[in-house]
Design a protein around this ligand. Structure first.
Ligand SMILES: *[C@@H]1O[C@H](CO)[C@@H](O)[C@H](O)[C@H]1NC(C)=O
Ligand SMILES: [Ca+2]
Ligand SMILES: [Ca+2]
Ligand SMILES: [Ca+2]
Length: 151
């Protein structure tokens, strides 16, 4: 295991390497699908296969380690790294997608603006299928990766 202080630089280098040699030129792997499923299941508190808006907003607090209402990229990465280190390469670009106002931090306003993007049929509910389709469409778009690497 890495010591805590070494985590950030190591994981950035790892990410860039994975983006360059892995994701950019390839399709989604089963790890990515696993990660989408895991995030969905973690947020769908009543396990009914539908992520309603309040469940989605509440899922924000899972990442907010110090409970100050803001989730930094480090907090977000730390949570996901602890849960599943091999999912790291997909977590960084997911954070950037959630960050609707692009200020480098997440708060509830970002989540409120983000929710409708996943709701393909505009019925104010996000089904597991909609959630999955959304992320598959994001990561099928290579400009997402380019953006993440340059930003
Ligand atoms: C979220 O952050 C943005 C940018 O700092 C800010 O304008 C907005 O008021 C914040 N929203 C909440 C709910 O704190
Ligand atoms: Ca639910
Ligand atoms: Ca933000
Ligand atoms: Ca829907």
């Amino acid at each position: 295991m890495f010591k805590q202080a070494e985590m950030a630089p190591l994981s950035s280098a790892f990410l860039i390497a994975m983006l360059l040699f892995g994701l950019v030129d390839s399709q989604l792997t089963s790890d990515h699908h696993d990660h989408f499923n895991m995030v969905f299941m973690e947020a769908d508190k009543d396990n009914n296969g539908i992520l309603d808006k309040s469940e989605f907003i509440n899922s924000f607090t899972v990442y907010d380690g110090n409970k100050d209402g803001t989730v930094t990229k480090k907090e977000y990465m730390d949570h996901n790294t602890v849960v599943m280190p091999e999912h790291l390469m997909i977590v960084d670009p997911m954070f950037d997608k959630y960050d609707m106002d692009r200020n480098g931090q997440l708060n509830i306003s970002d989540y409120q603006k983000f929710y409708p993007l996943m709701d393909a049929n505009n019925d104010n509910l996000v089904t597991e299928q909609e959630f999955h389709n959304y992320w598959v469409s994001v990561f099928g778009d290579h400009s997402m990766m380019t953006m993440s690497m340059s930003g």
